[in-house]
Design a protein around this ligand. Sequence first.
Ligand code: SF4
Length: 410
Amino acid sequence: MEIGESSYPRRHTRQVMVGSVPVGGGAPITVQSMTITKTADVEGTLQQIYALAAAGADIVRCTCNEIEAAEGLARIVPRSPVPIVADIHHQHRMALAALDAGVHCLRLNPGNIRKPEHIKLVAQECKDRGIPIRIGVNGGSLDPKLYEKHGGKVTPEAMVESAEIELAYFREVGFEDVKISVKASSVPLMIEAYRLLADTVDHPLHLGVTEAGPPPAGLLKATAGMATLLAEGIGDTIRYSLTADPVEEARAGRQLLEAMGLRERKNIDLIACPSCGRAEIDVIGVAKQAMEAFGDREIPLQVAVMGCVVNGPGEARDADIGIAAGNKRGHLFVKGRNVAVVPESEMVSTLVEWAEFIHEHGVEAAIARVDTAKAEREAEKDRALLLAEKGDDANASEQRVELIHKHLDN
Ligand code: SF4
Protein backbone atom coordinates (compact mmCIF):
# COMPACT_ATOMS: atom_id res chain seq x y z
CA MET A 1 0.00 0.00 0.00
CA GLU A 2 1.40 3.39 -0.99
CA ILE A 3 1.64 6.24 1.53
CA GLY A 4 -1.58 8.31 1.36
CA GLU A 5 -3.59 5.55 -0.34
CA SER A 6 -6.86 4.47 1.16
CA SER A 7 -8.05 0.90 1.63
CA TYR A 8 -11.48 1.69 3.08
CA PRO A 9 -14.27 -0.16 1.31
CA ARG A 10 -16.97 2.25 0.09
CA ARG A 11 -20.61 1.51 0.81
CA HIS A 12 -22.55 0.97 -2.40
CA THR A 13 -25.12 3.70 -3.03
CA ARG A 14 -27.18 5.03 -5.86
CA GLN A 15 -25.86 8.23 -7.46
CA VAL A 16 -27.36 11.69 -7.65
CA MET A 17 -26.06 14.57 -9.75
CA VAL A 18 -25.75 17.98 -8.14
CA GLY A 19 -25.29 20.01 -11.29
CA SER A 20 -22.23 18.44 -12.90
CA VAL A 21 -20.96 16.91 -9.64
CA PRO A 22 -21.85 13.25 -8.96
CA VAL A 23 -22.54 12.27 -5.36
CA GLY A 24 -22.55 8.58 -4.37
CA GLY A 25 -22.36 5.56 -6.65
CA GLY A 26 -18.59 5.33 -6.28
CA ALA A 27 -17.92 8.99 -7.21
CA PRO A 28 -15.10 10.75 -5.34
CA ILE A 29 -16.32 12.00 -1.95
CA THR A 30 -17.13 15.69 -2.25
CA VAL A 31 -16.63 18.65 0.06
CA GLN A 32 -19.41 21.10 0.82
CA SER A 33 -19.63 24.36 2.67
CA MET A 34 -22.18 27.11 3.13
CA THR A 35 -22.03 30.85 2.56
CA ILE A 36 -22.65 33.15 5.51
CA THR A 37 -23.48 36.25 3.47
CA LYS A 38 -27.01 37.43 2.80
CA THR A 39 -27.91 35.58 -0.41
CA ALA A 40 -29.51 38.81 -1.68
CA ASP A 41 -25.97 40.29 -1.68
CA VAL A 42 -25.04 38.78 -5.04
CA GLU A 43 -21.47 40.10 -5.34
CA GLY A 44 -20.56 39.36 -1.70
CA THR A 45 -22.00 35.85 -1.93
CA LEU A 46 -20.24 35.11 -5.23
CA GLN A 47 -16.95 36.31 -3.76
CA GLN A 48 -17.41 33.88 -0.89
CA ILE A 49 -18.40 31.03 -3.24
CA TYR A 50 -15.21 31.59 -5.26
CA ALA A 51 -13.13 31.57 -2.05
CA LEU A 52 -14.81 28.35 -0.92
CA ALA A 53 -14.22 26.69 -4.28
CA ALA A 54 -10.54 27.73 -4.21
CA ALA A 55 -10.22 26.22 -0.71
CA GLY A 56 -11.65 22.87 -1.82
CA ALA A 57 -15.45 23.07 -1.87
CA ASP A 58 -17.04 21.07 -4.69
CA ILE A 59 -20.59 22.16 -3.86
CA VAL A 60 -21.78 25.28 -1.99
CA ARG A 61 -25.06 25.85 -0.16
CA CYS A 62 -26.75 29.22 0.23
CA THR A 63 -29.77 30.01 2.34
CA CYS A 64 -33.01 30.77 0.53
CA ASN A 65 -35.08 32.24 3.32
CA GLU A 66 -36.83 35.16 1.61
CA ILE A 67 -37.80 36.34 -1.83
CA GLU A 68 -34.73 38.59 -2.10
CA ALA A 69 -32.55 35.52 -1.47
CA ALA A 70 -34.29 33.62 -4.27
CA GLU A 71 -33.74 36.61 -6.58
CA GLY A 72 -30.10 36.64 -5.54
CA LEU A 73 -29.80 32.93 -6.38
CA ALA A 74 -31.15 33.60 -9.88
CA ARG A 75 -28.15 35.90 -10.42
CA ILE A 76 -25.60 33.81 -8.50
CA VAL A 77 -26.21 30.38 -10.06
CA PRO A 78 -25.11 31.25 -13.63
CA ARG A 79 -21.88 32.84 -12.35
CA SER A 80 -20.94 30.27 -9.73
CA PRO A 81 -17.89 28.03 -10.33
CA VAL A 82 -19.56 25.16 -8.41
CA PRO A 83 -23.12 23.79 -8.14
CA ILE A 84 -25.40 25.62 -5.71
CA VAL A 85 -27.73 24.03 -3.16
CA ALA A 86 -30.56 26.13 -1.71
CA ASP A 87 -31.13 25.68 2.00
CA ILE A 88 -34.85 25.68 2.78
CA HIS A 89 -36.48 25.93 6.17
CA HIS A 90 -40.18 26.29 7.02
CA GLN A 91 -41.47 27.76 3.76
CA HIS A 92 -42.06 25.35 0.88
CA ARG A 93 -42.68 28.44 -1.30
CA MET A 94 -38.99 29.27 -0.95
CA ALA A 95 -38.14 25.80 -2.30
CA LEU A 96 -40.25 26.50 -5.39
CA ALA A 97 -38.67 29.95 -5.76
CA ALA A 98 -35.17 28.43 -5.51
CA LEU A 99 -36.06 25.95 -8.25
CA ASP A 100 -37.21 28.85 -10.42
CA ALA A 101 -33.87 30.53 -9.65
CA GLY A 102 -32.11 27.54 -11.24
CA VAL A 103 -30.38 25.97 -8.22
CA HIS A 104 -28.83 22.52 -8.65
CA CYS A 105 -30.19 20.94 -5.46
CA LEU A 106 -32.47 21.65 -2.52
CA ARG A 107 -31.88 20.89 1.13
CA LEU A 108 -35.11 20.35 3.06
CA ASN A 109 -35.31 19.94 6.83
CA PRO A 110 -38.13 17.45 7.51
CA GLY A 111 -38.39 18.84 11.03
CA ASN A 112 -39.78 22.14 9.83
CA ILE A 113 -41.66 21.60 6.56
CA ARG A 114 -44.32 19.16 7.74
CA LYS A 115 -47.41 19.45 5.56
CA PRO A 116 -47.43 16.35 3.30
CA GLU A 117 -49.02 18.26 0.41
CA HIS A 118 -46.21 20.84 0.53
CA ILE A 119 -43.50 18.17 0.68
CA LYS A 120 -45.02 16.26 -2.23
CA LEU A 121 -45.47 19.40 -4.30
CA VAL A 122 -41.76 20.28 -3.92
CA ALA A 123 -40.72 16.69 -4.70
CA GLN A 124 -42.92 16.64 -7.81
CA GLU A 125 -41.35 19.92 -9.01
CA CYS A 126 -37.85 18.53 -8.41
CA LYS A 127 -38.75 15.35 -10.27
CA ASP A 128 -40.06 17.32 -13.25
CA ARG A 129 -36.90 19.45 -13.36
CA GLY A 130 -34.39 16.65 -12.60
CA ILE A 131 -33.14 18.39 -9.44
CA PRO A 132 -32.10 16.30 -6.39
CA ILE A 133 -33.05 16.97 -2.77
CA ARG A 134 -31.05 16.45 0.38
CA ILE A 135 -33.21 15.36 3.28
CA GLY A 136 -31.36 17.17 6.04
CA VAL A 137 -32.45 15.72 9.37
CA ASN A 138 -31.05 17.67 12.28
CA GLY A 139 -31.10 16.31 15.83
CA GLY A 140 -31.84 19.79 17.18
CA SER A 141 -34.93 20.35 15.03
CA LEU A 142 -36.50 16.92 15.00
CA ASP A 143 -40.28 16.80 14.46
CA PRO A 144 -41.76 17.04 18.02
CA LYS A 145 -44.03 14.05 17.33
CA LEU A 146 -41.02 11.85 16.67
CA TYR A 147 -39.28 13.27 19.69
CA GLU A 148 -42.24 12.26 21.86
CA LYS A 149 -42.57 8.86 20.21
CA HIS A 150 -38.95 8.06 20.99
CA GLY A 151 -39.23 8.75 24.70
CA GLY A 152 -38.61 12.52 24.67
CA LYS A 153 -35.11 12.02 23.33
CA VAL A 154 -33.26 12.49 20.09
CA THR A 155 -32.18 8.97 19.18
CA PRO A 156 -30.57 7.47 16.07
CA GLU A 157 -33.85 5.62 15.45
CA ALA A 158 -35.88 8.84 15.64
CA MET A 159 -33.56 10.62 13.22
CA VAL A 160 -33.62 7.77 10.72
CA GLU A 161 -37.40 7.52 11.02
CA SER A 162 -37.66 11.21 10.21
CA ALA A 163 -35.70 10.64 6.98
CA GLU A 164 -37.79 7.59 6.12
CA ILE A 165 -41.08 9.47 6.54
CA GLU A 166 -39.82 12.17 4.15
CA LEU A 167 -38.63 9.53 1.69
CA ALA A 168 -42.07 7.87 1.78
CA TYR A 169 -43.71 11.17 0.76
CA PHE A 170 -41.21 11.53 -2.07
CA ARG A 171 -41.88 7.99 -3.25
CA GLU A 172 -45.60 8.75 -3.46
CA VAL A 173 -44.78 11.05 -6.37
CA GLY A 174 -42.11 8.71 -7.74
CA PHE A 175 -39.16 10.86 -6.66
CA GLU A 176 -36.01 9.15 -5.35
CA ASP A 177 -33.24 11.47 -6.46
CA VAL A 178 -32.23 11.97 -2.85
CA LYS A 179 -29.25 12.21 -0.55
CA ILE A 180 -29.66 12.21 3.19
CA SER A 181 -28.01 13.59 6.30
CA VAL A 182 -28.76 12.84 9.96
CA LYS A 183 -26.62 15.39 11.74
CA ALA A 184 -26.35 15.92 15.47
CA SER A 185 -24.01 17.97 17.59
CA SER A 186 -23.20 14.87 19.63
CA VAL A 187 -20.53 12.80 17.92
CA PRO A 188 -21.62 9.38 19.29
CA LEU A 189 -25.25 10.14 18.34
CA MET A 190 -24.45 11.15 14.77
CA ILE A 191 -22.17 8.14 14.29
CA GLU A 192 -24.92 5.75 15.39
CA ALA A 193 -27.57 7.58 13.35
CA TYR A 194 -25.49 7.37 10.15
CA ARG A 195 -24.63 3.71 10.76
CA LEU A 196 -28.32 2.90 11.14
CA LEU A 197 -29.22 4.99 8.09
CA ALA A 198 -26.53 3.26 6.01
CA ASP A 199 -28.10 -0.09 6.92
CA THR A 200 -31.58 1.18 6.03
CA VAL A 201 -31.30 3.00 2.69
CA ASP A 202 -29.07 2.98 -0.39
CA HIS A 203 -29.14 6.74 -0.90
CA PRO A 204 -25.86 8.68 -0.82
CA LEU A 205 -25.14 10.19 2.58
CA HIS A 206 -24.03 13.72 3.43
CA LEU A 207 -21.96 13.61 6.64
CA GLY A 208 -21.63 16.27 9.27
CA VAL A 209 -21.52 17.08 12.96
CA THR A 210 -23.89 20.00 13.24
CA GLU A 211 -23.08 23.09 15.29
CA ALA A 212 -19.63 21.70 16.01
CA GLY A 213 -18.51 25.12 17.27
CA PRO A 214 -15.30 27.07 16.79
CA PRO A 215 -11.93 25.46 16.01
CA PRO A 216 -10.01 23.69 17.35
CA ALA A 217 -12.68 21.85 19.38
CA GLY A 218 -15.17 22.08 16.51
CA LEU A 219 -12.66 20.70 14.06
CA LEU A 220 -11.91 17.80 16.39
CA LYS A 221 -15.56 16.94 16.96
CA ALA A 222 -16.41 17.04 13.27
CA THR A 223 -13.30 15.09 12.33
CA ALA A 224 -13.96 12.43 14.99
CA GLY A 225 -17.49 11.89 13.68
CA MET A 226 -16.84 12.05 9.96
CA ALA A 227 -13.51 10.20 9.91
CA THR A 228 -14.97 7.31 11.91
CA LEU A 229 -17.76 6.90 9.38
CA LEU A 230 -15.55 7.42 6.33
CA ALA A 231 -13.21 4.69 7.59
CA GLU A 232 -16.25 2.40 7.65
CA GLY A 233 -17.03 3.31 4.04
CA ILE A 234 -20.01 5.48 5.02
CA GLY A 235 -20.34 8.95 3.49
CA ASP A 236 -20.43 10.38 -0.02
CA THR A 237 -20.18 14.10 0.66
CA ILE A 238 -19.08 15.95 3.80
CA ARG A 239 -19.39 19.31 5.48
CA TYR A 240 -17.59 20.77 8.48
CA SER A 241 -20.06 23.03 10.37
CA LEU A 242 -17.67 25.38 12.12
CA THR A 243 -18.19 28.66 13.88
CA ALA A 244 -15.50 30.20 11.71
CA ASP A 245 -14.85 31.66 8.29
CA PRO A 246 -16.46 29.08 5.97
CA VAL A 247 -13.21 28.94 3.98
CA GLU A 248 -11.86 27.01 6.98
CA GLU A 249 -14.71 24.52 6.58
CA ALA A 250 -13.93 23.92 2.93
CA ARG A 251 -10.20 23.63 3.59
CA ALA A 252 -10.74 21.22 6.48
CA GLY A 253 -13.07 19.07 4.37
CA ARG A 254 -10.54 18.80 1.60
CA GLN A 255 -7.71 18.14 4.04
CA LEU A 256 -9.64 15.39 5.81
CA LEU A 257 -10.34 13.55 2.56
CA GLU A 258 -6.75 13.96 1.39
CA ALA A 259 -5.35 12.81 4.74
CA MET A 260 -7.50 9.68 4.57
CA GLY A 261 -6.44 8.99 0.99
CA LEU A 262 -10.02 9.49 -0.22
CA ARG A 263 -9.23 12.33 -2.60
CA GLU A 264 -6.17 13.05 -4.63
CA ARG A 265 -3.89 15.60 -3.03
CA LYS A 266 -4.47 19.09 -4.39
CA ASN A 267 -2.38 21.25 -2.09
CA ILE A 268 0.75 20.56 -0.10
CA ASP A 269 0.78 18.09 2.77
CA LEU A 270 2.94 19.86 5.32
CA ILE A 271 4.65 17.64 7.83
CA ALA A 272 6.77 19.17 10.57
CA CYS A 273 8.69 17.75 13.49
CA PRO A 274 7.29 18.50 16.95
CA SER A 275 10.57 20.26 17.83
CA CYS A 276 12.76 19.33 20.75
CA GLY A 277 15.86 20.46 22.58
CA ARG A 278 17.88 20.03 19.42
CA ALA A 279 15.78 22.43 17.33
CA GLU A 280 17.79 25.19 15.67
CA ILE A 281 14.78 27.28 14.67
CA ASP A 282 11.30 28.15 15.85
CA VAL A 283 9.73 25.13 14.13
CA ILE A 284 6.16 26.25 14.92
CA GLY A 285 6.80 29.71 13.44
CA VAL A 286 8.53 28.42 10.31
CA ALA A 287 5.85 25.77 9.72
CA LYS A 288 3.20 28.50 10.01
CA GLN A 289 5.11 30.74 7.60
CA ALA A 290 5.39 27.85 5.16
CA MET A 291 1.65 27.11 5.39
CA GLU A 292 0.91 30.76 4.68
CA ALA A 293 3.41 30.94 1.81
CA PHE A 294 1.94 27.88 0.09
CA GLY A 295 -1.64 28.95 0.88
CA ASP A 296 -4.11 27.29 -1.50
CA ARG A 297 -1.52 26.83 -4.28
CA GLU A 298 -2.16 23.64 -6.15
CA ILE A 299 1.15 21.91 -5.45
CA PRO A 300 0.33 18.34 -4.40
CA LEU A 301 3.65 17.55 -2.70
CA GLN A 302 4.58 16.42 0.79
CA VAL A 303 6.69 19.19 2.30
CA ALA A 304 8.66 18.83 5.54
CA VAL A 305 9.84 21.45 8.01
CA MET A 306 12.34 19.95 10.45
CA GLY A 307 13.96 21.61 13.42
CA CYS A 308 17.46 20.28 12.96
CA VAL A 309 19.75 18.88 10.36
CA VAL A 310 20.88 16.04 12.64
CA ASN A 311 17.68 14.01 12.35
CA GLY A 312 15.45 16.08 10.06
CA PRO A 313 16.39 14.83 6.58
CA GLY A 314 16.38 11.20 7.75
CA GLU A 315 13.10 11.42 9.64
CA ALA A 316 11.43 13.11 6.67
CA ARG A 317 13.12 11.06 3.97
CA ASP A 318 9.79 10.14 2.36
CA ALA A 319 8.79 13.78 1.92
CA ASP A 320 9.09 15.15 -1.62
CA ILE A 321 10.95 18.15 -0.31
CA GLY A 322 11.93 19.53 3.06
CA ILE A 323 14.04 21.97 4.95
CA ALA A 324 16.00 21.40 8.14
CA ALA A 325 17.83 23.97 10.23
CA GLY A 326 21.46 23.71 11.21
CA ASN A 327 24.09 26.21 12.26
CA LYS A 328 21.85 29.19 11.35
CA ARG A 329 21.37 27.81 7.87
CA GLY A 330 18.54 26.07 6.09
CA HIS A 331 19.36 22.70 4.55
CA LEU A 332 17.08 21.85 1.71
CA PHE A 333 16.55 18.19 0.91
CA VAL A 334 14.64 16.47 -1.86
CA LYS A 335 13.55 12.87 -1.24
CA GLY A 336 16.06 12.74 1.63
CA ARG A 337 19.01 14.07 -0.44
CA ASN A 338 20.62 17.38 0.49
CA VAL A 339 20.42 19.74 -2.45
CA ALA A 340 21.10 23.26 -1.14
CA VAL A 341 22.12 25.28 1.89
CA VAL A 342 20.58 28.75 2.29
CA PRO A 343 20.55 31.48 4.95
CA GLU A 344 17.87 30.84 7.59
CA SER A 345 15.93 33.92 6.46
CA GLU A 346 15.49 32.36 3.00
CA MET A 347 14.32 28.94 4.17
CA VAL A 348 10.64 29.37 3.38
CA SER A 349 11.03 31.21 0.07
CA THR A 350 13.55 28.59 -1.11
CA LEU A 351 11.18 25.82 -0.10
CA VAL A 352 8.36 27.35 -2.14
CA GLU A 353 10.59 27.98 -5.17
CA TRP A 354 11.87 24.37 -5.19
CA ALA A 355 8.39 22.95 -4.62
CA GLU A 356 7.09 24.90 -7.61
CA PHE A 357 10.00 23.65 -9.74
CA ILE A 358 9.48 20.02 -8.67
CA HIS A 359 5.76 20.27 -9.33
CA GLU A 360 6.45 21.54 -12.83
CA HIS A 361 9.55 19.57 -13.85
CA GLY A 362 9.83 16.60 -11.49
CA VAL A 363 12.30 15.50 -8.81
CA GLU A 364 15.07 14.37 -11.16
CA ALA A 365 15.15 17.69 -13.03
CA ALA A 366 15.28 19.57 -9.72
CA ILE A 367 18.18 17.51 -8.40
CA ALA A 368 20.02 17.75 -11.73
CA ARG A 369 20.27 21.53 -11.46
CA VAL A 370 22.58 21.48 -8.40
CA ASP A 371 25.80 19.95 -7.14
CA THR A 372 24.37 17.57 -4.53
CA ALA A 373 27.84 16.48 -3.39
CA LYS A 374 28.61 20.06 -2.35
CA ALA A 375 25.29 20.42 -0.50
CA GLU A 376 25.91 17.08 1.20
CA ARG A 377 29.36 18.20 2.36
CA GLU A 378 27.89 21.43 3.80
CA ALA A 379 25.11 19.52 5.54
CA GLU A 380 27.58 17.05 6.97
CA LYS A 381 29.68 19.92 8.35
CA ASP A 382 26.68 21.45 10.15
CA ARG A 383 25.48 18.06 11.33
CA ALA A 384 28.86 17.30 12.83
CA LEU A 385 29.01 20.73 14.45
CA LEU A 386 25.61 20.25 16.07
CA LEU A 387 26.49 16.79 17.29
CA ALA A 388 29.71 18.14 18.78
CA GLU A 389 27.79 20.97 20.48
CA LYS A 390 24.80 19.07 21.79
CA GLY A 391 25.93 15.46 21.57
CA ASP A 392 23.58 12.58 20.93
CA ASP A 393 21.39 13.46 23.85
CA ALA A 394 20.13 16.96 23.11
CA ASN A 395 17.19 16.61 25.45
CA ALA A 396 19.41 15.60 28.38
CA SER A 397 17.35 12.41 28.71
CA GLU A 398 20.21 10.41 30.14
CA GLN A 399 20.85 13.02 32.83
CA ARG A 400 17.17 12.85 33.75
CA VAL A 401 17.25 9.06 33.90
CA GLU A 402 20.24 9.30 36.25
CA LEU A 403 18.30 11.80 38.36
CA ILE A 404 15.31 9.46 38.62
CA HIS A 405 17.56 6.65 39.80
CA LYS A 406 19.36 8.92 42.20
CA HIS A 407 16.08 9.87 43.90
CA LEU A 408 14.63 6.38 43.79
CA ASP A 409 17.76 4.77 45.15
CA ASN A 410 17.97 7.13 48.13
S1 SF4 B 1 15.67 15.86 16.60
FE1 SF4 B 1 15.60 17.57 15.14
S2 SF4 B 1 14.06 16.93 13.64
FE2 SF4 B 1 13.74 15.61 15.44
S3 SF4 B 1 12.22 16.69 16.73
FE3 SF4 B 1 14.23 17.40 17.43
S4 SF4 B 1 14.59 19.26 16.22
FE4 SF4 B 1 12.96 18.15 15.19
